[in-house]
Design a binder for this molecule. Structure first.
Ligand code: GTP
Length: 248
Protein backbone atom coordinates (compact mmCIF):
# COMPACT_ATOMS: atom_id res chain seq x y z
CA UNK A 1 0.00 0.00 0.00
CA UNK A 2 1.31 3.45 -0.81
CA UNK A 3 0.52 5.91 1.92
CA UNK A 4 -0.11 9.34 0.54
CA UNK A 5 2.75 11.30 2.01
CA UNK A 6 1.20 14.74 2.13
CA UNK A 7 -2.04 13.62 3.75
CA UNK A 8 -0.54 12.96 7.13
CA UNK A 9 -3.17 14.56 9.33
CA UNK A 10 -4.21 12.31 12.17
CA UNK A 11 -7.57 13.34 13.51
CA UNK A 12 -8.31 12.35 17.07
CA UNK A 13 -11.87 12.11 18.28
CA UNK A 14 -11.85 11.91 22.06
CA UNK A 15 -15.62 11.86 22.47
CA UNK A 16 -17.28 8.47 22.02
CA UNK A 17 -20.13 10.19 20.14
CA UNK A 18 -17.76 10.89 17.28
CA UNK A 19 -18.01 7.25 16.27
CA UNK A 20 -21.59 7.71 15.18
CA UNK A 21 -20.70 10.78 13.14
CA UNK A 22 -18.03 8.84 11.32
CA UNK A 23 -20.31 5.91 10.72
CA UNK A 24 -21.02 6.10 7.03
CA UNK A 25 -19.67 4.50 3.88
CA UNK A 26 -18.21 7.66 2.39
CA UNK A 27 -15.41 9.64 3.95
CA UNK A 28 -14.31 13.19 3.25
CA UNK A 29 -14.49 14.24 -0.41
CA UNK A 30 -16.89 11.37 -1.11
CA UNK A 31 -14.12 8.78 -0.80
CA UNK A 32 -14.99 5.27 0.23
CA UNK A 33 -14.41 4.78 3.91
CA UNK A 34 -12.84 1.73 5.55
CA UNK A 35 -13.26 1.56 9.32
CA UNK A 36 -10.83 -0.62 11.22
CA UNK A 37 -10.80 -1.45 14.95
CA UNK A 38 -7.57 -2.68 16.55
CA UNK A 39 -8.27 -4.97 19.51
CA UNK A 40 -6.34 -7.24 21.85
CA UNK A 41 -5.03 -7.65 25.38
CA UNK A 42 -3.36 -4.82 27.24
CA UNK A 43 0.27 -4.07 26.44
CA UNK A 44 0.51 -6.12 23.22
CA UNK A 45 1.36 -3.03 21.17
CA UNK A 46 -1.97 -1.92 19.69
CA UNK A 47 -1.18 1.78 19.94
CA UNK A 48 2.36 1.20 18.67
CA UNK A 49 0.93 -0.72 15.69
CA UNK A 50 -1.58 1.99 14.81
CA UNK A 51 1.02 4.75 15.13
CA UNK A 52 3.48 2.74 13.01
CA UNK A 53 0.86 2.24 10.30
CA UNK A 54 -0.16 5.88 10.25
CA UNK A 55 3.15 7.67 10.74
CA UNK A 56 5.82 5.02 9.98
CA UNK A 57 7.32 5.79 13.38
CA UNK A 58 7.86 3.76 16.51
CA UNK A 59 7.88 6.00 19.53
CA UNK A 60 8.43 3.49 22.32
CA UNK A 61 6.15 4.53 25.10
CA UNK A 62 2.53 5.42 24.80
CA UNK A 63 -0.01 6.50 27.33
CA UNK A 64 -2.54 3.81 28.12
CA UNK A 65 -5.11 4.75 25.61
CA UNK A 66 -8.81 5.30 26.17
CA UNK A 67 -9.61 4.51 22.55
CA UNK A 68 -8.60 7.06 19.94
CA UNK A 69 -9.82 7.27 16.38
CA UNK A 70 -7.32 8.19 13.68
CA UNK A 71 -7.92 8.92 10.02
CA UNK A 72 -5.72 8.72 6.98
CA UNK A 73 -6.03 8.28 3.24
CA UNK A 74 -4.43 5.37 1.46
CA UNK A 75 -4.12 4.19 -2.11
CA UNK A 76 -5.36 0.68 -2.78
CA UNK A 77 -5.55 -0.75 -6.30
CA UNK A 78 -5.50 2.74 -7.78
CA UNK A 79 -8.29 4.08 -5.60
CA UNK A 80 -7.87 6.55 -2.75
CA UNK A 81 -9.69 5.26 0.31
CA UNK A 82 -10.31 7.06 3.56
CA UNK A 83 -9.21 4.81 6.40
CA UNK A 84 -10.31 5.28 9.98
CA UNK A 85 -8.42 3.30 12.58
CA UNK A 86 -9.86 2.91 16.05
CA UNK A 87 -7.35 2.11 18.78
CA UNK A 88 -9.06 0.43 21.73
CA UNK A 89 -8.29 -0.10 25.41
CA UNK A 90 -6.75 -3.47 26.34
CA UNK A 91 -9.15 -6.32 26.99
CA UNK A 92 -9.14 -7.95 30.38
CA UNK A 93 -9.56 -11.69 30.80
CA UNK A 94 -11.53 -13.09 33.70
CA UNK A 95 -12.13 -16.67 34.86
CA UNK A 96 -15.44 -16.73 33.04
CA UNK A 97 -14.02 -15.43 29.75
CA UNK A 98 -13.64 -12.10 28.02
CA UNK A 99 -14.58 -8.87 29.67
CA UNK A 100 -15.49 -6.41 26.92
CA UNK A 101 -16.74 -2.96 27.86
CA UNK A 102 -19.71 -1.45 26.05
CA UNK A 103 -17.29 1.09 24.57
CA UNK A 104 -15.26 -1.70 23.02
CA UNK A 105 -18.36 -3.48 21.74
CA UNK A 106 -19.48 -0.23 20.10
CA UNK A 107 -16.11 0.07 18.37
CA UNK A 108 -16.34 -3.49 17.07
CA UNK A 109 -19.90 -2.96 15.79
CA UNK A 110 -18.80 0.26 14.09
CA UNK A 111 -15.89 -1.42 12.30
CA UNK A 112 -15.81 -2.82 8.74
CA UNK A 113 -12.79 -4.91 9.72
CA UNK A 114 -10.80 -5.82 12.81
CA UNK A 115 -7.11 -6.34 13.60
CA UNK A 116 -6.65 -8.74 16.52
CA UNK A 117 -3.23 -8.23 18.10
CA UNK A 118 -1.38 -10.51 20.49
CA UNK A 119 2.20 -10.46 21.69
CA UNK A 120 4.56 -13.39 21.13
CA UNK A 121 5.88 -12.72 24.63
CA UNK A 122 2.49 -13.16 26.28
CA UNK A 123 0.79 -16.54 25.88
CA UNK A 124 -2.39 -15.28 27.54
CA UNK A 125 -2.78 -12.59 24.89
CA UNK A 126 -2.53 -15.35 22.25
CA UNK A 127 -5.18 -17.41 24.04
CA UNK A 128 -7.49 -14.44 23.81
CA UNK A 129 -7.44 -14.46 20.00
CA UNK A 130 -9.95 -17.29 19.41
CA UNK A 131 -12.62 -16.04 21.86
CA UNK A 132 -12.09 -12.49 20.64
CA UNK A 133 -12.59 -13.51 17.02
CA UNK A 134 -15.79 -15.29 18.00
CA UNK A 135 -16.96 -12.23 19.91
CA UNK A 136 -16.27 -9.98 16.90
CA UNK A 137 -18.29 -12.23 14.59
CA UNK A 138 -21.15 -12.41 17.11
CA UNK A 139 -21.36 -8.62 17.08
CA UNK A 140 -21.78 -8.75 13.28
CA UNK A 141 -24.55 -11.30 12.81
CA UNK A 142 -25.35 -12.32 9.26
CA UNK A 143 -22.00 -11.31 7.82
CA UNK A 144 -18.39 -12.39 8.05
CA UNK A 145 -16.28 -9.49 9.19
CA UNK A 146 -12.76 -9.40 7.69
CA UNK A 147 -10.22 -9.99 10.45
CA UNK A 148 -6.44 -10.12 10.39
CA UNK A 149 -4.40 -11.64 13.23
CA UNK A 150 -1.15 -9.86 14.11
CA UNK A 151 1.47 -11.38 16.42
CA UNK A 152 3.62 -8.50 17.65
CA UNK A 153 7.02 -8.09 19.34
CA UNK A 154 8.79 -10.56 17.05
CA UNK A 155 12.08 -8.87 18.00
CA UNK A 156 11.84 -10.25 21.55
CA UNK A 157 12.84 -13.79 20.59
CA UNK A 158 14.61 -14.52 23.88
CA UNK A 159 11.33 -14.19 25.78
CA UNK A 160 9.06 -15.75 23.15
CA UNK A 161 6.11 -17.68 24.56
CA UNK A 162 4.14 -18.28 21.36
CA UNK A 163 5.57 -20.34 18.53
CA UNK A 164 4.99 -18.79 15.07
CA UNK A 165 3.31 -22.03 13.94
CA UNK A 166 0.70 -21.66 16.69
CA UNK A 167 -0.30 -18.21 15.47
CA UNK A 168 -0.41 -19.37 11.88
CA UNK A 169 -2.49 -22.46 12.67
CA UNK A 170 -4.95 -20.50 14.76
CA UNK A 171 -5.36 -17.80 12.12
CA UNK A 172 -5.94 -20.31 9.35
CA UNK A 173 -8.46 -22.16 11.52
CA UNK A 174 -10.29 -18.86 11.98
CA UNK A 175 -10.03 -18.10 8.25
CA UNK A 176 -7.86 -15.01 8.79
CA UNK A 177 -4.59 -13.74 7.38
CA UNK A 178 -1.70 -13.89 9.82
CA UNK A 179 1.30 -11.62 10.26
CA UNK A 180 4.10 -11.91 12.76
CA UNK A 181 5.59 -8.44 13.09
CA UNK A 182 7.90 -6.34 15.15
CA UNK A 183 6.32 -2.93 15.27
CA UNK A 184 9.50 -1.60 16.86
CA UNK A 185 11.82 -2.81 14.10
CA UNK A 186 9.89 -3.02 10.87
CA UNK A 187 7.03 -1.25 9.18
CA UNK A 188 6.62 -3.32 5.99
CA UNK A 189 4.74 -6.18 7.60
CA UNK A 190 2.52 -3.73 9.46
CA UNK A 191 1.55 -2.11 6.16
CA UNK A 192 0.96 -5.51 4.60
CA UNK A 193 -1.45 -6.50 7.37
CA UNK A 194 -3.50 -3.32 6.97
CA UNK A 195 -3.25 -3.53 3.19
CA UNK A 196 -4.72 -7.03 3.07
CA UNK A 197 -7.53 -5.98 5.36
CA UNK A 198 -8.37 -2.81 3.42
CA UNK A 199 -8.38 -4.77 0.17
CA UNK A 200 -10.75 -7.34 1.61
CA UNK A 201 -13.15 -4.64 2.84
CA UNK A 202 -12.88 -2.76 -0.42
CA UNK A 203 -13.86 -5.88 -2.40
CA UNK A 204 -16.70 -6.59 0.02
CA UNK A 205 -18.04 -3.04 -0.34
CA UNK A 206 -17.96 -3.30 -4.12
CA UNK A 207 -19.69 -6.53 -5.12
CA UNK A 208 -19.54 -7.21 -8.85
CA UNK A 209 -22.89 -6.51 -10.56
CA UNK A 210 -25.11 -4.86 -7.94
CA UNK A 211 -28.74 -6.12 -7.73
CA UNK A 212 -29.91 -2.72 -8.96
CA UNK A 213 -27.96 -3.11 -12.20
CA UNK A 214 -29.09 -6.70 -12.74
CA UNK A 215 -32.75 -5.79 -12.31
CA UNK A 216 -32.44 -3.07 -14.92
CA UNK A 217 -30.94 -5.43 -17.45
CA UNK A 218 -33.68 -8.05 -16.93
CA UNK A 219 -36.52 -5.67 -17.81
CA UNK A 220 -35.26 -3.28 -20.49
CA UNK A 221 -36.74 0.18 -20.45
CA UNK A 222 -39.12 1.05 -23.28
CA UNK A 223 -37.73 3.55 -25.75
CA UNK A 224 -40.71 5.87 -25.42
CA UNK A 225 -42.42 4.97 -22.15
CA UNK A 226 -46.18 5.37 -21.93
CA UNK A 227 -48.63 4.01 -19.39
CA UNK A 228 -50.13 1.31 -21.64
CA UNK A 229 -46.76 -0.03 -22.58
CA UNK A 230 -45.54 0.03 -18.98
CA UNK A 231 -48.67 -1.80 -17.75
CA UNK A 232 -48.21 -4.48 -20.42
CA UNK A 233 -44.57 -4.98 -19.49
CA UNK A 234 -45.41 -5.10 -15.79
CA UNK A 235 -48.05 -7.80 -16.42
CA UNK A 236 -45.57 -9.78 -18.53
CA UNK A 237 -42.93 -9.63 -15.85
CA UNK A 238 -45.47 -10.61 -13.18
CA UNK A 239 -46.82 -13.63 -15.08
CA UNK A 240 -43.26 -14.78 -15.82
CA UNK A 241 -42.53 -14.61 -12.10
CA UNK A 242 -45.70 -16.56 -11.23
CA UNK A 243 -44.73 -19.23 -13.81
CA UNK A 244 -41.28 -19.53 -12.21
CA UNK A 245 -42.73 -19.87 -8.73
CA UNK A 246 -45.28 -22.53 -9.79
CA UNK A 247 -42.66 -24.49 -11.68
CA UNK A 248 -40.57 -24.66 -8.47
N1 GTP B 1 10.21 -4.76 21.92
C1 GTP B 1 9.04 -4.32 21.44
N2 GTP B 1 8.24 -3.57 22.20
C2 GTP B 1 7.07 -3.16 21.68
C3 GTP B 1 6.67 -3.49 20.36
N3 GTP B 1 5.45 -2.94 20.14
C4 GTP B 1 5.12 -2.29 21.27
N4 GTP B 1 6.09 -2.41 22.20
C5 GTP B 1 6.10 -1.86 23.56
O1 GTP B 1 5.08 -2.48 24.31
C6 GTP B 1 4.54 -1.57 25.25
C7 GTP B 1 3.01 -1.52 25.08
O2 GTP B 1 2.72 -0.93 23.82
P1 GTP B 1 1.32 -0.21 23.54
O3 GTP B 1 1.30 0.15 22.13
O4 GTP B 1 1.07 0.87 24.54
O5 GTP B 1 0.34 -1.43 23.86
P2 GTP B 1 -1.26 -1.41 23.90
O6 GTP B 1 -1.69 -2.75 23.42
O7 GTP B 1 -1.79 -0.23 23.16
O8 GTP B 1 -1.51 -1.26 25.46
P3 GTP B 1 -2.87 -0.75 26.21
O9 GTP B 1 -3.07 0.69 25.87
O10 GTP B 1 -2.56 -0.97 27.66
O11 GTP B 1 -3.99 -1.63 25.77
C8 GTP B 1 5.23 -0.23 25.00
O12 GTP B 1 6.25 -0.07 25.93
C9 GTP B 1 5.79 -0.38 23.60
O13 GTP B 1 6.96 0.38 23.42
C10 GTP B 1 7.54 -4.30 19.57
O14 GTP B 1 7.29 -4.66 18.42
N5 GTP B 1 8.71 -4.69 20.18
Amino acid sequence: MRLIQNMCTIAEYPAPGSLAAADCCLGAAGRRLVKIAVVGASGVGKTALVVRFLTKRFIGDYERNAGNLYTRQVQIEGETLAIQVQDTPGIQVHENGLSCTEQLNRCIRWADAVVIVFSITDYKSYELTGPLHQHVQQLHPGTRLPVVVVANKADLLHIRQVDPQLGLQLASMLGCSFYEVSVSENDNDVYSAFHVLCKEVSHKQQPSGTPEKRRTSLIPRPKSPNMQDLKRRFKQALSAKVRTVTSV
